[in-house]
Design a protein around this ligand. Structure first.
Ligand code: B12
Length: 214
């Protein structure tokens, strides 16, 4: 089977919320020697986005979304094991990362954590639904170089703005790179709230951070 075919099937199995098929497909894909990141970003993520649109239109309901998320997590876990282990002794930078207050969406954040670790960044993963004060506290405690927040909902992305302010108020912002992302956000939003940068995907985030910490 060619790579495009794998991507198509991965997306479809996520829409179908079929964990068993995802598992089989991920193993078969890796056996062919294809790039795990491509399947995460172009296959599985495409499927979950498509399902989100169906959910939006009322064509699928929350239970299917939950089962599909579990299938997605399973697939990502299998593919992640095939990623090269971080070979870099000295870390490029220390990143404090979490999904913002009120928001439980953590699939994308989880992918980002893995990708950053693979590329030699030290990551302190705060998890999901993280209070603004915790980001600030952990940034201080770990002497972070970067603070990143993920937001998937229009109702929670305002927390990213509050985080920028809280970091400023704590006197930390000047010495930090801040980054925002998640499906609710845009480059315009990132610029508007004064974040150092916004990125669309985990891959783009790695590229931007590598430029800053080369
Ligand atoms: C899966 C999913 C769920 C799962 C989440 C499981 C989990 N553990 O994450 C479940 C079923 C639990 C869920 C629940 C809910 N959901 Co939901 N969900 C989704 C869905 C379909 C996909 C999200 C996803 O995982 N995408 C795939 C990942 C890989 O993409 P990503 O997160 O964008 O991440 C990538 C990039 O953005 C980037 N990135 C991510 N984070 C960061 C951070 C930084 C710093 C950077 C630089 C980059 C970066 O890198 C990632 C990899 O490339 C979206 C639809 C959509 N189009 O987004 C709705 C969606 C986000 N959900 C929505 C809603 C409404 C809800 C609920 C309120 C539903 C309900 N009625 O209860 C609850 C939320 C509860 C809460 N308080 O948070 C709405 C939000 C609407 C809005 N405009 O605000 C959406 C958009 C669906 C819709 N169209 O209505 N959901």
């Amino acid at each position: 089977m060619d790579k495009a075919q794998y991507m198509k099937m991965a997306a479809q199995y996520i829409v179908d919320a079929d964990e068993d098929e995802i598992e089989k497909l991920a193993h078969a894909y890796l056996d062919e020697g294809f790039d795990p990141v491509e399947m995460i970003e172009q296959g599985l993520s495409e499927g979950i986005r498509r399902l989100g649109d169906l959910f939006d239109r009322g064509e699928v309901f929350l239970p299917q979304l939950i089962i599909a998320s579990e299938a997605m997590t399973k697939g990502v876990n299998i593919l992640e094991q095939a990623l090269p282990k971080d070979q870099i002794g000295k870390k490029r930078a220390r990143v404090v990362l979490g999904t913002i207050e009120g928001d439980v969406h953590d699939i994308g954040k989880g992918i980002l954590v893995t990708m950053l670790r693979v590329y030699g960044f030290e990551v302190i993963d705060l998890g999901r639904d993280v209070p603004i004060a915790t980001f600030v506290e952990k940034a201080k405690e770990h002497k972070a170089d970067v603070v990143g927040s993920s937001a998937l909902m229009t109702t929670t992305m305002v927390g990213q703005k509050a985080l920028e302010k809280a970091l400023k108020d704590a006197g930390l912002r000047e010495n930090l790179t801040t980054m925002v992302g998640g499906a609710a956000t845009t480059a315009r939003w990132g610029a508007k709230i004064g974040a150092t940068f916004w990125a669309e995907t985990a891959g783009d985030t790695v590229i931007k951070l590598k430029e800053i910490f080369s």
